[in-house]
Design a binder for this molecule. Structure first.
Ligand code: MF3
Ligand code: CO
Ligand code: CO
Length: 283
């Protein structure tokens, strides 16, 4: 594991790889939300800068080192590192990899698509965001996949309204994906976040009539749809991290961390450093 300087505050799992979820209120105080805003902007800025490194010939290991060193320079801990034993500081998911791809020595090739998922831990809270990038020139099909996946994420974000059920998010995402005949991955979902990387709030990216938890101001969670050109079904590599599409079709993902407000939603990872041109997203 790449070392983290001793002056950086580490999450509880950093040394052992064992994650013990601590009790955490679903509705955050303004003080916690402020810290999450700071973590979110930092993660967004690192993600944007990591995206600028993506080009043919660069290995995902080089991107890992870039993200790790930049995170530490910013005074934060790269949350993935040793989370349930995860060996690297960022997830790099290429082509048919849905999520949790582990950086390795393979060089990116012209025409690849790669998702970078950046999470930082700073001032006791996590900031989590990801985006899919083109490696050089990509096919029109892949460019459309990336664009529609980002649209799916924003449709989900627009569905965040206080007092409404959380399955409005998945319904909006699934509807948009289906219009374009794309698959919605079901095995990986958005999640509550705060002092813990993953809390008990579940954000499905498809419609489930049973998920009727009401969204309340102060709740913080991620929306991170994974959309495929083919099947929604997945397989795991025997590294037990890398999730791929069962049919080998390409897949894209975008992720933002949000807080429910009194009137709608605030995107915590859409600061000035954010990838999306739609940012800032506030109402
Ligand atoms: N950032 C991922 C998410 O969006 C989680 C990565 S967990 C890791 O939830 F261990 F693979 F890093
Ligand atoms: Co996440
Ligand atoms: Co993430």
């Amino acid at each position: 594991m790449r070392p983290v300087p001793s002056n950086i505050a580490k999450p509880h799992y950093a040394d052992t790889g064992v994650v013990k979820r601590t009790d955490e209120a679903r509705v955050k105080t303004p003080e916690v939300i402020d810290r999450m805003r700071h973590a979110g902007v930092m993660a967004a800025d690192i993600l944007r800068r990591a995206g600028e490194v993506v080009k043919p010939g660069v290995t995902t290991e080089e991107i890992d080192i870039f993200v790790h060193d930049l995170t530490v320079e910013c005074g934060a801990y790269p949350s993935p590192l040793n989370y349930h034993g995860y060996p690297k500081s960022v997830c790099t998911s290429v082509n048919e990899v849905i999520c949790h791809g582990i950086p390795d020595s393979r060089a990116l090739e012209e025409g690849d698509i790669v998702n970078l998922d950046v999470t930082v831990f700073v001032n006791g809270v996590h900031g989590d965001t990801n985006a899919t990038f083109a490696v050089g020139n990509i096919s029109q099909t892949d460019a459309d996949l990336i664009r529609i996946t980002e649209e799916c994420m924003w449709k989900g974000i627009e569905a965040v309204v206080p007092g409404e059920p959380i399955n409005d998010i998945g319904r909006a995402i699934e509807t948009h994906a289906k219009q374009h005949k794309l698959g919605v991955v079901r095995a990986f979902i958005g999640h509550g976040i705060g002092e813990n990387f993953h809390t008990d709030i579940q954000v499905l990216h498809y419609y489930d009539p049973r998920h009727t938890m009401v969204m309340r101001p102060g709740m913080t969670f991620t929306i991170e749809p994974m959309i495929t050109l083919g099947t929604w079904q997945h397989r795991m590599w025997d590294d037990e991290w890398t999730a791929v599409t069962a049919d080998g079709s390409r897949t894209a993902q975008f992720e933002h961390m949000v807080v429910v407000t009194d009137t709608g939603v605030e995107v915590l990872t859409a600061g000035p450093g954010a990838v999306s041109p739609s940012a800032p997203w506030k109402r």
